[in-house]
Design a protein around this ligand. Sequence first.
Ligand code: SF4
Ligand code: SF4
Length: 206
Amino acid sequence: MLGEAIIKGLAVTAKNFALSYVSPERLVTIQYPEERQPLPEATRQFPFLVYDGDDPHAGLRCVACQICEKECPPQCIYIVKSKDKKPDHTGKPQFYPAVFDIDLSVCMSCQICVEVCPFDAIKMDTEFELSTTDRFAGLLYHKEQLAKSNAYYHKIHPTEAAEVDARLAAERAKVAAKPRAASETKAAATAPAAPPALAPGAAVAA
Ligand code: SF4
Ligand code: SF4
């Protein structure tokens, strides 16, 4: 019947309206911004840069490899690689972004930058209250605004952040084990050869 779906929809609305007086869970609206619904863990808005520890500069995971800049479909990431180096999460000296900007007015939240980053340095934020009267400078986010702590990452995406931590810890352990394995191999190569084993009952030569 023509319009049957509309009538069914209106019936559901009317039922919820009437029952919301006796059953609060039928209230589907909340008093935003005083009240807020919890965001699902998979929520994504715009990217941010993760840093470890307390210092956004020293702990920044990004090594300015510029892969995300090249892969971003609307080309809204702008990176200038540093001239000097600082330790990365494994302690290895690495370049860092002297400049890292994202034009959020152009970003389409596709998450490709996150997928291609080999260092787990860029993740998707859940923050959505970013309205501004300045469409240009107000939405051009710099490194200082983009850098957020690993603790924040855990707060908004706990499952994903725990997986990333485990992966990075395994990488650190692998890097730490390499010099030890190399020195053990070297020590084995320079050690005097063991005398050949004698057959049972054989006489030892004088
Ligand atoms: S989410 Fe997509 S559009 Fe936005 S910065 Fe990353 S790659 Fe570019
Ligand atoms: S965020 Fe990741 S992919 Fe982008 S420059 Fe930094 S390390 Fe490279």
